[in-house]
Structure formats: structure tokens, C-alpha cells
Design a protein around this ligand. Structure first.
Ligand code: SIN
Ligand code: FE2
Length: 230
């Protein structure tokens, strides 16, 4: 049998696939919760709608984004940052559903990062043609905590690069239910997503939803208007 990049894999736990020290793909890790996660995404988006953010350079991002949790990631003409409120509505970001929290904690634990307690979940929505150029996740208060990234819906090719933008990036096919965790020595790796191919998934139609869980606040303790969110 010739397994192509995107052929569905069995719905049983797979052996972790290490990309390098500190970074791992957990195939199918979120499959059991996928429908519940997608329902929760809809509920979040009803309060904090998906929108196309503008980069500091003035480019409209092709990925549509929203957030849940105490802090949300935003980009506009004045830069990239985390903040407690949705600039579209002026309201706090919707709370992070417990099913999100539990999954992020379990996936981080399975990757060797026990006790992960994310305070931000960026939700990315891709359609065929949508891409995410190579970048580092470096707007968080510190880099002691991993990033947990959950793929739902249609397939994507994830780019796993190096410490420099120009380092050769490896292509990793990501399917519905796959989770990628990176931290420790791999925390600041460049990564991105190639333009999505036309496809359809039973639960999302022609869309891919990605959840990325982060720990964004600088200090332990409650988020205050002064903490990591200015
Ligand atoms: C991200 O880097 O924020 C998203 C990665 C992905 O969509 O898989
Ligand atoms: Fe990222």
C-alpha cells in the first residue's frame, strides 16, 4: 500500500513523530474531541467573529483569525501583540472552553511539557489558497512554555524551518486531529503553512481550523490590565 501525504491514518494513537529535539507531531491526538472542539469554535466565533488582520506593514492576512482565553493575539498597523479585549467589539475575548484547556494540557504533557496552562488560544481559519508565511511565535512574555497547535478539517502542509528564516523548511502533512507541540530548544523555530489545496472535510467543509495554544502573560498570576497585554 502506498500511503500518500494526505491519506487518512487510522483513528488509533500513533507513535510520536519527533521533528527535532523539543518538537513533535502527535498524529490523531485530537480526533476524539474534534467535533466538540469545532462546536466550541463556532460558539467562540459567534461572539468574537473571524476577521482578516492587517500586518504592521499594511498587508491583509489571508488567514482569518479570532481568539479565546484571557489574552488574544492581534496584529494591526502598530504591531503584533496580545490583549485582553477584542478590538472589533471592545469586549473581553470569550473564555477558553474546558475541552480546549484539557486537550492542550494533555498534548503538552505527551510531548514532555507537563503542567501547561495556556492563557491564549489563537484560532486560525484557512480556505483553499490560504497560506501563512514563515514566522516565529515570539510575542509571548517568555519562551519557557511550549506552543500546542491542533489541526482540524481539510489537510495542510506545515513548514517546519530552522532558527533563521532562510533555513530550509521541512514539509509535514497535517490532517484532521493532528497536534504539533514545540518548545524548549525548538520554541523559536520558523514555521508556516503552504497554500491549502482544494479539499472538503465532513465536519468543516472546505475549511481548515487551527488552534494554537500559548502562554502569553509574562508573570504567573492573574492577568491584569498591566500584565503582558499592553
Ligand atoms: C500558526 O503558526 O499560528 C498556525 C500554524 C498552523 O496553522 O498549523
Ligand atoms: Fe505560529
Amino acid at each position: 500500500m502506498n500511503l500518500g501525504l494526505f491519506d487518512e491514518l487510522p483513528a488509533t494513537p500513533q507513535a510520536p513523530e519527533w521533528l527535532e529535539s523539543g518538537a513533535v507531531v502527535l498524529r490523531g491526538f485530537a480526533l476524539a474531541q474534534a467535533a466538540q472542539l469545532l462546536q466550541a469554535v463556532e460558539a467562540v466565533a459567534a461572539r468574537a467573529p473571524f476577521r482578516h488582520l492587517v500586518t504592521p506593514g499594511g498587508k491583509r492576512m489571508s488567514v482569518a483569525m479570532t481568539n479565546c482565553g484571557p489574552l488574544g493575539w492581534i496584529s494591526d498597523r502598530s504591531g503584533y501583540r496580545y490583549g485582553p479585549t477584542d478590538p472589533l467589539t471592545g469586549e473581553r475575548w470569550p473564555p477558553m472552553p474546558e475541552v480546549f484547556h484539557a486537550l492542550a494540557r494533555e498534548a503538552a504533557g505527551a510531548a514532555g511539557y507537563p503542567g501547561f496552562a495556556p492563557d491564549a488560544c489563537l484560532i486560525n481559519r484557512y480556505s483553499p489558497g490560504t497560506r501563512l508565511s514563515l514566522h516565529q511565535d515570539r510575542d509571548e512574555g517568555n519562551y519557557d512554555h511550549p506552543i500546542v497547535s491542533v489541526s482540524l478539517g481539510i489537510p495542510a502542509v506545515f513548514l517546519w524551518g530552522g532558527a533563521q528564516r532562510t533555513d530550509k523548511a521541512r514539509r509535514v502533512g497535517l490532517l484532521h486531529g493532528d497536534v504539533v507541540v514545540w518548545g524548549g530548544p525548538a520554541r523559536l523555530r520558523f514555521h508556516g503553512v503552504l497554500p491549502l489545496a482544494e479539499a472538503a472535510h465532513a465536519l468543516t467543509g472546505a475549511q481548515r481550523i487551527n488552534l494554537t495554544f500559548r502562554r502569553a502573560r509574562q508573570e504567573p498570576g492573574p492577568v491584569s490590565s498591566a500584565g503582558g497585554a499592553a
